[in-house]
Design a protein around this ligand. Structure first.
Ligand code: CP
Ligand code: NVA
Length: 307
């Protein structure tokens, strides 16, 4: 198992399976893991806002017998010029793990390269692997299996699209990304996801045709049109993403049994219609809950004694 949790693509399908199995056990029997990270401390660096990531990690480490320390954008010295490397080295003398939410993905890589304790990626501009581990857990719970399922992401080729490409490909799924022109996922990520899919029996489909992307999907996913840090582009993106809203008509192109997922926070009336996110196919709050279980599994494996 890799020492850090930076990208799903650093893992084998068997390692992701091990995380999913442990996340399931943790959810079924939380009391059995009360001591799993006893006395351990997790530093939680946030360069951006968060509801789910912050609360699920802080609650999760507490439930495992440890404690979290929230380090917001102006709490530490990074914004005053202290280097990532020095921050990682100092934190490693105090704590047992570092979770970080950053802008540039290189910051996560630099933290990991300089820390002697495990580093967990709590979202970068490139990837959001903790979210997708929880998403895989949710899809498996709801549909009973992952391999062979079609998972369609509609919207911006962003951090969510990238981690879904990796996570779906690793688990042998067909991942379709339907994106507006000019907002394709990173070609390097797509190539790597295709290589993974070639080994797992999965497939990757990238299209600007939303109907083709959503056709016969088992799971339909979307995310905000302007991510954190892209606020200045919001208006322009609203115009360029017209036609990419997941509404009831689009869900009707997927399988009748299809589920709808969204990492949240959501903007009803933009990337998703209220009738879908608040409708019977939506599993978004189960997804949010599974952040807790999936991340407890990550912390148990990387920071716990017995694992
Ligand atoms: N989905 C997610 O990561 O939510 P937050 O930004 O609230 O942590
Ligand atoms: N793409 C979004 C995901 C939020 C969880 C963002 O980066 O803001």
């Amino acid at each position: 198992m890799p020492r850090h949790f930076l990208s799903l693509a650093d893992h084998s399908p068997e390692q992701i399976r091990a995380y999913l199995d442990l996340a399931r056990q943790v959810k079924l029997n939380p009391a059995g893991f009360r001591e799993a990270c006893r006395g351990r401390t997790l530093a939680m660096i946030f360069q951006k806002p968060s509801l789910r990531t912050r609360v699920s990690f802080e609650t999760g480490i507490f439930q495992l017998g440890g404690q979290g320390i929230y380090l917001g954008p102006t709490d530490i010295q990074l914004h005053r010029g202290e280097t990532i490397a020095d921050t990682a080295k100092v934190l490693s003398r105090f704590v047992d793990g570092i979770m970080a939410r950053v802008f540039g993905h290189q910051d996560i890589l630099d933290l990991a390269a300089n820390a002697s304790v495990p580093v967990i990626n709590g979202l970068s501009d490139l990837l959001h692997p903790c979210q997708v581990l929880a998403d895989l857990q949710t899809i498996e719970e709801k549909l009973g299996s992952l391999a062979g399922r079609k998972w369609t992401y509609v919207g911006d080729g962003n951090n969510m699209a990238h981690s879904i490409l990796y996570g779906g490909a690793l688990m042998g799924m067909t991942v379709a990304v339907a994106h507006p022109r000019g907002y394709a996922p990173d070609p390097e990520v797509v190539t790597r996801a295709r290589d993974i899919a070639a080994r797992t029996g999965g497939a990757v489909q990238i299209t600007e045709d939303i109907a083709e992307g959503v056709a016969d999907a088992d799971a339909v996913y979307t995310d905000v049109w302007a991510s954190m840090g892209q606020e200045a582009e919001h208006k322009e993106r609203l115009a360029r993403f017209q036609g990419f809203q997941v509404d009831a008509a689009m869900m009707a192109r997927a399988l009748p049994s299809a589920i709808f997922l969204h990492c949240l926070p959501a903007h009803r009336g933009e990337e998703v219609a209220a009738e879908v996110i608040d409708g019977p196919q939506s599993v978004v709050f189960d997804q949010a809950e599974n952040r807790l279980h999936a991340q407890k599994a990550i912390m148990i494996k990387l920071m716990g004694d017995r694992w």
